[in-house]
Design a protein around this ligand. Sequence first.
Ligand SMILES: CC(C)(COP(=O)(O)OP(=O)(O)OC[C@H]1O[C@@H](n2cnc3c(N)ncnc32)[C@H](O)[C@@H]1O)[C@@H](O)C(=O)NCCC(=O)NCCS
Ligand SMILES: Nc1ncnc2c1ncn2[C@@H]1O[C@H](COP(=O)(O)OP(=O)(O)OP(=O)(O)O)[C@@H](O)[C@H]1O
Length: 229
Amino acid sequence: MFLVGLSGGIASGKSTVVAVLRELGCAVIDADVIAREVVQPHLKAYQQIVRCFGPEILQESGEINREALGNIIFSHPEKRRLLNAITHPEIQKEMLKQVLKYFVLGYRYVILDIPLLFETKGLTKFMKHTVLVYCDPQTQLARLRKRNGLSQAEAEARIASQLPLDEKRRLATHVIDNSGDRESTRQQVLRLHARLEDSLDFLWARLAVGTAVAALGGLLYLLLQHFIS
Ligand SMILES: CC(C)(COP(=O)(O)OP(=O)(O)OC[C@H]1O[C@@H](n2cnc3c(N)ncnc32)[C@H](O)[C@@H]1O)[C@@H](O)C(=O)NCCC(=O)NCCS
Ligand SMILES: Nc1ncnc2c1ncn2[C@@H]1O[C@H](COP(=O)(O)OP(=O)(O)OP(=O)(O)O)[C@@H](O)[C@H]1O
């Protein structure tokens, strides 16, 4: 089994690409979804967040007010580091559990959608492939502002809280450019999917060659034994 790390920048189109991969039957684990699950009331991370950020980041229901927490952490790097230190270990544990689940279910590769893949030290070494969902800076800013209803300054602060996409682009083994329309992105995802499936064929071919060589070696050994004795 191998892992494929998928990343991008905020609002660069990761979910849009993942939707196509899921349609194609791929197993995908979404770190943003897990990040929401691990901060449910009464879990360890929830209690730590309330202790560090105070009850003002809670909704009346007791759940975390994500908008309020986002406003704090995207404008204060030290608060962001604190939130990351609380949530990331829990997110990583849950992701590992889900990888094992897919392994047991017989999936031969799993796609991990991790927004901070390239920012998190040592994470890419577990990935056979890394995919960057790229988007040009003006389009990224416009899509983020529109989706989240943010001012120019708020959107820029969120983008600046991550490594620039041009830098991530150099670190990835595959790039999907989502600056254009959805159909152009879909075509690129279909090509990526074909390559992932091809690398599976390559793995099976290596396994088959390895088995054949071992079998021939065994046969040769038996023949030699027969003729020597
Ligand atoms: C700050 C929070 C409450 C904002 O919640 P909200 O529902 O508004 O946004 P959502 O979770 O859907 O994230 C949207 C995008 O923001 C970016 N983002 C989220 N957290 C961070 C972070 N700590 N640093 C930089 N970018 C981040 C990512 O690109 C992500 O895809 C939430 O993102 C959070 O709890 N973040 C900390 C956990 C984390 O690092 N998540 C990223 C996946 S590992
Ligand atoms: N090719 C496209 N053309 C037009 N709009 C798009 C395109 N791709 C994505 N969008 C829109 O841009 C916004 C961001 O896309 P998406 O949610 O896929 O990004 P993301 O990287 O998953 O975001 P996040 O940072 O929240 O995880 C969404 O409102 C989406 O509908």
